[in-house]
Ligand binder design. Structure first.
Ligand code: GDG
Length: 478
């Protein structure tokens, strides 16, 4: 791996794809972070001269740039104050709620916005430092929406793409943002904007038209560069996916299959294992799922220990108030359900507030008869795709919320509206009672869909759209 300072493909994301792991003797090493984006980018980066710009995960001074995982990693510093204002504040307490249907109220603070602007500037500078002339720059997610225009102003020679991992809100919600025009203008610095669903791309196009007075034609927005020249930006859907082949082969391994059997044994060999796997986030509909389950227990329709429910709730954003409240609510509910319906050695809910290795997740998926994916709003939801990928035995059933991006691809799931608790209960029962032959037919169709549309296909489609987007290199600083 060379340490030259300019690269043909530059990824910018809030986080670098590595974590520092400190050994007991105090020495430290970088480990590749688990996760779909890193895997997807791995295959994109292979054979290319690629760099990744992002925060290294520790506040304060950034480590010097280094080569790791076949890429040149260029850390961007964030201090403790910026973590509170740019990251926990503006990104996760202003944008995240607005972009997820205001499930909890969004908070607006001018100093959070100023930090967001400042950090986006810093990311843009770092991108420009490492991008070769005419490079492709792929910017990720809602934390970096100003970066496209900031890069273009400095480097009109590069081709700029941005992908939004979360939904883009309807114009009526987006309009609440005091800085809505700046965000639209930030994004319009790109040549191509990728979204999870067609509706997300359309929401963006509508926002550009209604809130920023831009003309739109089909899936493009007409914008004007500071030099007065007209430019066209395309916005369309490219749904993200997972590395199907890799996860499938992990799930087929004897170790994972054995672990899946052990899990069922340690749960007391119930007839039915239901499973939820989510970051502990209010968008994921964990409370709604628990409410439906509790009512089914109260009515005696489901009876532990024949039935049990495992909820993995991975710790997330623990310093943000809405997440602290959610944790208290979920844990109170779990306590109540277990107090009322559990028996010695057989809790009605197994609640796990931990993060697990991939192998354990694959085994849990295999052990689960019904997977409950009930978000109130979710850009995609990779867990749904991972579940069907792990079911090479064509067993199991997927209950999936219509408010996920995944539902737009996984139509053979048992669709639910998580707000409709009665409907959710009926859907869970339908998933349990549908005959085996039909369930296997549905599972085969779901698996085919994910196999044919894997993460590599997503990355290829994004990069093709970026390559073919109308691009007009302008004058620097114009
Ligand atoms: C955002 C968007 C969009 C979870 N716990 C553990 C673990 N996970 C893995 C899952 C899955 C990933 O984390 C979570 O992805 P999701 O898609 O479900 O949700 P978000 O974190 O909200 O992601 C979302 C995604 O970006 C991609 O564009 O789909 O809509 O919100 O892969 O398996 N993995 C391991 N241990 C855990 O404890 N190893």
């Amino acid at each position: 791996m060379s340490d030259q300072r300019s690269y043909d493909l530059v990824i910018a994301a809030n986080r670098l794809p590595v974590d520092r792991v400190v050994a007991p003797n105090g020495s430290s090493q970088w480990h590749r972070s688990p996760g779909g984006l890193v895997t997807a980018m791995d295959s994109v980066m292979r054979g290319r001269d690629g760099a990744w710009v992002g925060w290294a995960g520790e506040p304060g001074e950034a480590p010097a740039p280094f080569a790791e995982a076949g890429m040149w990693l260029h850390p961007v510093p964030l201090d403790a104050q910026e973590l509170e204002t740019y990251y926990e504040g503006f990104s996760n307490d202003t944008l995240w709620p607005i972009y997820h249907d205001v499930i909890v109220p969004a908070h607006f603070h001018r100093e959070w916005w100023q930090a967001y602007e400042r950090v986006n500037e810093r990311f843009a500078e770092a991108v420009c430092e490492v991008a070769a002339p005419g490079a492709k720059v792929w910017i990720h997610d809602y934390q970096l929406q100003l970066v496209p225009a900031l890069v273009r102003r400095r480097r009109p020679d590069v081709r700029i793409g941005w992908f939004n991992h979360i939904p883009f809100p309807p114009v009526e919600l987006f309009a609440q943002l005091p800085w809505r025009s700046q965000i639209i203008e930030g994004l319009l610095g790109a040549d191509y904007l990728g979204f999870q669903r067609v509706a997300d791309a359309q929401n963006f196009l509508r926002a550009a038209r209604r809130l920023d007075g831009r003309a739109t034609r089909g899936d493009t927005v007409v914008t004007r560069d500071p030099d007065g020249a007209e430019r066209v930006v395309r916005a369309s859907a490219v749904p993200i996916s997972i590395d199907y082949a890799d996860l499938e082969s992990l799930a087929r391994s004897e170790a994972v299959q054995e672990r899946a059997r052990q899990i069922r044994t340690s749960l007391g060999e119930p007839e039915v294992v239901m499973l939820g796997v989510d970051r502990l986030d209010y968008t994921k509909g964990i409370r709604h799922r628990l409410k439906a389950y509790e009512e089914l227990l109260a009515e005696g329709t489901l009876r532990p220990p024949e039935v049990t429910f495992v909820q993995v709730a991975t710790p997330s954003r623990e310093r943000v108030a809405a997440y602290k409240r959610l944790r208290t609510e979920v844990e109170t509910t779990v306590g109540r359900i277990n107090g009322t319906y559990g028996t010695l050695g057989s809790p009605a809910v197994h609640y796990l507030h931990h993060s697990y290795p991939r192998e354990e997740m694959a085994a849990l998926f295999q052990a689960a008869d019904v997977m409950l994916v009930t978000p109130l709003r979710d850009g995609m939801n990779l867990v749904a795709k991972e579940y069907v990928t792990c079911r090479h035995d064509t067993g199991g059933a997927l209950v999936l919320s219509e408010f996920t991006g995944a539902w737009h691809e996984l139509h053979q799931s048992f669709v639910c509206n998580p707000h409709d608790i009665e409907g959710l209960k009926q859907t869970i029962l339908r998933a349990l009672r549908t005959d085996d032959k039909e369930r296997r037919r549905l599972m085969r169709a779901l698996r085919r869909r994910v196999a044919d549309n894997d993460v590599q296909r997503w990355a290829d489609r994004f990069l093709t759209n970026l390559d073919t987007a109308p691009h007009k290199p302008g004058r620097k600083g114009a």
